[in-house]
Design a protein around this ligand. Structure first.
Ligand code: EPZ
Length: 421
């Protein structure tokens, strides 16, 4: 298994191109299952999560063609998913549920399990489909969902503004009979991107970027072309790479409007952030950074997917920072690893941690159990004395395209080391 060797690096300088968003492209690819015509998705990032989903879509009878960095998907011969391993491998596999049920009238899908960051229930997805007329049964680890005729429009109120459930029910509702209203829908930019694709396919959706979505079901959707938005979490992660090394990085394609809260926190810590039309200039040259409190929340609040990376920055910023995690019940797994590197962190319960800045971290062998926590350890490694070995790189491969290439190009000392199996 490969690992990253990260060594203390000089201030990073230069430009990093931000890839397209992992969390936008996954539901968008599943949106292609809603039509029998070609859906062409431009600028698809090379990530293992995308590869896994391609395999799952292929097992749903969807043809998957790669044309340069575009994917052309055609679900003319849609069927129930056959490849169980891919379902279990990735949580986002639940996105096939809504589209396959809406078109086929029946789905059997292995329930994706929980994961390191939390239990990750699916009650909102399932109860919403029931409200739309589906009969749902859970048997032997499978969801069995059936409808007679078409799904029916319904007025649904989510108890939590779930990103996944919003995407799933939105997709299902595009082909339902009549009007569906989703109250307390999630407002993440990735949902707006999915709405843009569905609208280009002929769906009738009102309320983009708001917590109330109204969908008028149509009989059929058609093919479309779509360009995926930039990855705000990747951009935020590299902004911290600039800050933690006292460097100066221009993040090309980054959209400031999707990163309002993290930008505010960076500025409060003492980092200069200049907003371009399609870029961000992060400058921490010669700056002494100070700790700030952060509290994760639904969009536009502070994103949980940047909590670990900001915590890494706080470990070497002056003073104390209180980090509160409100979305996932187990998202502090990076803490013991950062402490192995000399960080001073006290966790209280499962939702809050006090970080007291230290002068210096020191390199150590570390490993993380999720994608963002792994990136936090790479960041800490850039600022730590000596060498940090980050194990289990497959987490990083799921969501950061060309990570080592991008970092090396701006001066980071990072190497991917392949080990014999
Ligand atoms: C998406 O996960 C992202 N994944 C996650 O990013 C991200 O952390 C999360 O949204 C929150 O922003 C993808 O987009 C593929 P949720 P999702 O449903 O959709 C509760 C990363 O690192 N909930 O919005 O699975 C749930 O327990 C990943 O890229 C229910 O109670 O998250 C959680 O507390 C990690 N019942 C909250 O809602 C449900 O039926 C938010 O979950 C569904 C969710």
């Amino acid at each position: 298994m490969a690992h990253y060797a990260v060594r203390e690096s000089p201030p990073l300088r230069g430009e990093i191109p931000i890839s397209t968003s992992k969390n936008a492209v996954l539901p968008i690819m599943c949106g292609a299952l809603l039509t029998g015509e070609d859906v062409r998705i431009e600028r698809v990032p090379e990530l293992t999560d995308v590869k896994t989903l391609c395999a799952l879509l292929a097992s749903c009878g969807c043809s998957v063609k790669k044309e340069g960095d575009a994917l052309v998907l055609n679900a003319g011969a849609l069927q129930n998913p056959q490849d169980e391993e891919d379902v279990r491998k990735m949580r986002a596999s639940y996105y096939v549920l809504g589209p396959v049920l809406a078109r086929e009238g029946h789905v059997e899908l292995s329930l994706p399990g929980g994961c390191a960051i939390g239990a990750r229930p699916m009650d909102i997805h399932l109860s919403s489909l029931e409200q739309m007329g589906a009969t749902i049964e859970i048997k032997n680890g499978y969801v069995h969902a059936d409808i007679k005729g078409r799904l029916k429009g319904a007025h649904i109120t989510f108890h939590t503004a779930s990103v996944g459930a919003t995407c799933n029910i939105l997709m299902a509702a595009t082909l339902a009979e009549g009007e569906t209203v989703i109250e307390n829908a999630a407002k993440e930019p990735e949902i707006g991107d999915l709405i843009d694709l569905l609208t280009a396919m002929g769906a009738k959706i009102e309320g983009r970027d708001s917590s109330k979505l109204t969908i008028q079901g149509v009989d059929k959707l058609h093919g479309a072309q779509h360009k995926v938005i930039a990855d705000r979490i990747e951009a935020g992660s590299y902004a911290i790479a600039a800050a933690i090394t006292n460097g100066r990085l221009e993040l090309i394609n980054a959209q400031a409007s999707t990163l309002r809260t993290p930008i505010e926190i960076l500025r409060a810590m003492g980092v200069s952030v200049e907003e371009g039309k399609d870029s961000l200039l992060i400058d921490a040259k010669g700056k002494t950074l100070t700790g700030q409190d952060i509290m994760t929340d639904y969009y536009p609040g502070f994103p949980t997917d940047l909590q670990a990376q900001f915590m890494a920055l706080m470990t070497v910023s002056e003073g104390a920072s209180l980090v509160t995690e409100n979305i996932w019940e187990n998202r502090f797994m990076h803490v013991p690893e950062l402490m192995r590197m000399g960080a001073n962190i006290n966790v209280h319960g499962h939702a809050s941690a006090i970080v007291r800045g230290v002068k210096r971290l020191s390199g150590a062998p570390v490993m993380a159990t999720d994608l963002r926590a792994s990136f936090a350890l790479v960041l800490a490694g850039l600022a730590a004395e000596g060498e940090t070995v980050v194990n289990r790189v497959y987490h990083l491969d799921r969501g950061y395209e060309k990570l080592d290439e991008k970092l090396r190009a701006v001066g980071a000392d990072i190497e991917r080391i392949k080990e014999a199996d």
